[in-house]
Design a protein around this ligand. Structure first.
Ligand code: HEC
Ligand code: HEC
Ligand code: HEC
Ligand code: HEC
Ligand code: HEC
Ligand code: HEC
Length: 472
């Protein structure tokens, strides 16, 4: 089997499992049988009185037969040792492959693996984030892996898998191996295209400059999100819920001067007793980037993207709204969902419903194919996983994200407020529907304009209170 892996290149994870983990186990058992056999036989000799003075064999290399036997024995032992070394090495590498983590444990890891394959980190191995370098965490992760194997066999694992996952290694030793903070730079422009829930699926674009910021005084890049949060300061917080969405207490310490400020939620504060006893978490990359790779897209985001890339034709009337609706309906299994999505779209686009429009079957078929694809890669009813199961903390559109703290309810005793001012984090360069785009003429950018009239509600309550990722 080793030979096959050498000449065959990539092998399936099940082949790897047999070749590098199961067969070597037999080898270990076989070797263990030798001392047991010796002990057994010796006991038998003593019992039957066969034991003579000479306990060990006398080897005489002048006798041809003994010479040959000894050579064969030595060669075999040598071969076993070599095979053992190779398979231990291979087993180590095999358990570090994405195949091992993502495919072997197919049923459980399916949602994470599928999302991972379509993420910016699709070429980064699972273990680079989940285990990191060094023997210490390798052993720790394999020990917790043993329990996981048991819970899969006993079907005792939780669905969905709860987050934040315990014993995830500190970001300094994983994320920062590739993204060292000193190399953060400037701002990032993001052009986001939305489609409205009207008959024409009217497009609406927002062009944002997100102030990511720099991390190195050497490049005079000491501003922005990363600088304030990770580099110049140390932020600690207390949370009241297991998923870290309710954060009533935040403390910031300036790394240089040691000056601290404590912000308390004024609407729902902690008692001094709770502040003393509850554990304090140090904010790191994962408190904002909690979905860097297992990104389960919301139906609204997915349909927007499909319309933008023309995998769904925006000429299909109401397809934004209808697409989101068929994706969000309740389905028991993936198979059922795929079947029903197809049926529902055919019913919705019955020519009787659209007497004034010519609907081509090819356009509808293409839309169905795309919607089924979106479902299969973002919804996993068998594991209870979909976009709204894991909050995404990076923005504030569909979950609280930054507004967990930056909601203007958090104040210091001196009355300083944790800002919700839009310009703190990004500048709007342009916005509007194509043809009527409003362009910024000032470095401060534009005042946000909500695509549909909701008065000033967007300034008073969080976006996430109306926008859930499905139809608002
Ligand atoms: C870029 C880094 C990164 C890579 C690569 C990565 N993960 Fe994750 N993974 C994370 C983070 C961060 C979390 C969420 C931690 C949290 O919220 O506590 C996570 C969470 C998970 C969870 C918990 C459930 C969930 O969806 O949050 C599972 C299971 C998981 N990862 C499996 C995998 C598998 C399998 C692979 C490889 C196919 C992989 N991960 C690759 C960073 C990564
Ligand atoms: C083995 C190296 C490696 C590790 C470890 C790693 N990343 Fe990345 N990450 C990358 C690469 C390479 C890219 C660039 C992908 C691209 O430009 O398309 C990237 C991109 C990103 C992006 C930008 C994504 C986007 O939308 O374009 C973020 C955010 C990010 N990583 C966060 C993290 C976090 C958080 C962790 C730790 C949980 C992490 N990374 C661990 C290599 C890594
Ligand atoms: C306060 C929240 C916050 C923290 C903490 C944070 N980031 Fe970010 N990071 C952001 C935001 C916001 C962006 C903008 C990206 C976006 O909108 O998708 C970003 C962007 C990035 C990018 C993409 C940069 C680019 O040029 O495209 C990388 C890589 C990244 N962060 C890595 C990290 C790493 C590694 C850490 C931990 C050392 C970290 N971040 C900590 C909020 C944060
Ligand atoms: C755990 C609470 C918490 C979360 C979550 C959080 N922040 Fe902050 N943020 C703070 C604190 C505390 C400060 C420091 C305020 C001060 O200077 O006293 C701060 C400051 C900032 C600043 C500098 C503000 C200024 O006035 O110069 C930026 C920019 C920022 N945060 C961006 C973000 C972004 C973007 C996110 C979401 C991706 C985010 N923060 C999420 C607690 C948080
Ligand atoms: C604490 C930082 C912070 C504050 C304050 C903030 N935002 Fe944001 N906002 C972000 C981040 C980070 C993103 C990027 C999310 C992403 O990468 O998709 C974002 C995204 C957006 C988007 C694009 C959403 C989308 O997907 O189309 C809009 C629009 C927006 N913000 C408007 C506002 C408005 C209006 C305010 C003031 C009421 C505001 N933001 C306040 C951090 C902030
Ligand atoms: C009072 C509820 C409410 C609040 C608060 C709100 N919105 Fe909306 N939003 C809506 C409604 C209703 C629509 C119309 C839905 C449609 O026609 O697509 C909409 C549509 C949108 C759209 C375009 C359609 C889409 O969903 O792709 C964007 C972008 C948007 N809102 C951004 C924001 C941002 C950013 C904030 C916060 C700064 C915000 N909204 C706050 C109710 C709200």
């Amino acid at each position: 089997m080793l030979f096959i892996t050498w000449v065959g290149g990539g092998v399936s994870p099940y082949f790897g499992l047999v070749a590098f983990l199961i067969l070597p186990l037999f080898l270990i058992v076989a070797i263990l049988i030798i001392p047991i056999g010796v002990w057994w036989e010796r006991r038998r000799w003593i019992r039957t009185g066969k034991k003579t003075e000479k306990l060990f064999p006398v080897i005489d290399l002048n006798i041809r037969r003994q010479r040959i036997t000894l050579s064969i024995f030595n060669t075999a032992v040598f071969a076993v040792i070599i095979f053992f070394a190779i398979s231990a090495y291979k087993a180590y590498h095999f358990t570090e492959t994405t195949q091992f983590c993502g495919k072997l444990c197919h049923e459980v890891m399916h949602p994470e693996y599928i999302a991972y394959e379509r993420s910016p980190h699709a070429r980064v191995r699972c273990v680079d984030c989940h285990v990191g370098e060094g023997a210490n965490f390798y052993v720790k992760s394999k020990l917790s892996g043993l329990y996981q194997v048991y819970s899969v066999l006993a079907n005792a694992y939780p669905k969905p898998i709860p987050v934040p996952i315990k014993n995830l290694r500190p970001a300094q030793e994983t994320c920062e191996q590739c993204h060292w903070p000193g190399a953060f730079f400037g701002a990032r422009q993001k052009l986001i295209t939305h489609y409205l829930n009207d008959e024409h699926n009217s497009p609406w674009q927002i062009n944002l400059l997100i102030k990511i910021g720099g991390g190195s005084p050497g490049t005079a890049q000491t501003t922005g999100i990363h600088w304030h949060m990770n580099i110049a300061n140390r932020v600690e917080y207390i949370t009241r819920d297991s998923t870290h969405q309710d954060i009533p207490w935040v403390k910031i310490t300036n790394n240089k001067t040691g000056v601290t400020r404590i912000y308390n939620d004024t609407e729902n504060p902690l008692t001094p007793e709770e502040v003393k006893t509850l554990p304090k978490h140090r904010m790191d990359c994962m408190d904002c980037h909690n979905r860097p790779t297992h990104i389960f897209r919301s139906p609204s985001y997915s349909v927007n993207l499909a319309l933008l890339t023309r995998r769904i034709d925006p000429e299909l009337p109401n397809i934004k709204q209808n697409g989101v609706d068929v994706l969000t309906a309740d389905y028991g299994t993936t198979d059922e969902a795929l079947k029903k999505i197809e049926q529902k779209i055919w019913v919705l686009y019955d020519p009787e419903n659209y007497p004034d429009t010519v609907l081509s079957n090819a356009t509808i078929e293409q839309a169905i194919k795309t919607l089924k694809g979106i479902y299969a890669t973002n919804f996993f009813p068998e594991m209870g996983v979909q976009w709204d199961v894991y909050a995404d903390n990076i923005g504030h559109l569909n979950s609280k994200g930054c507004f967990r703290c930056h909601n203007e309810n958090h104040q210091t005793e001196g009355g300083k407020v944790l800002t919700r001012e839009c310009l703190t984090c990004h500048t709007i360069i342009s916005q509007g529907s194509p043809g009527e785009v409003e362009l910024a003429e000032h470095p401060e950018g534009l005042k946000f304009k909500h695509p549909v009239d909701i008065d000033e509600a967007w300034a008073e309550i969080g976006c996430y209170e109306c926008h859930t990722g499905a139809t608002p």
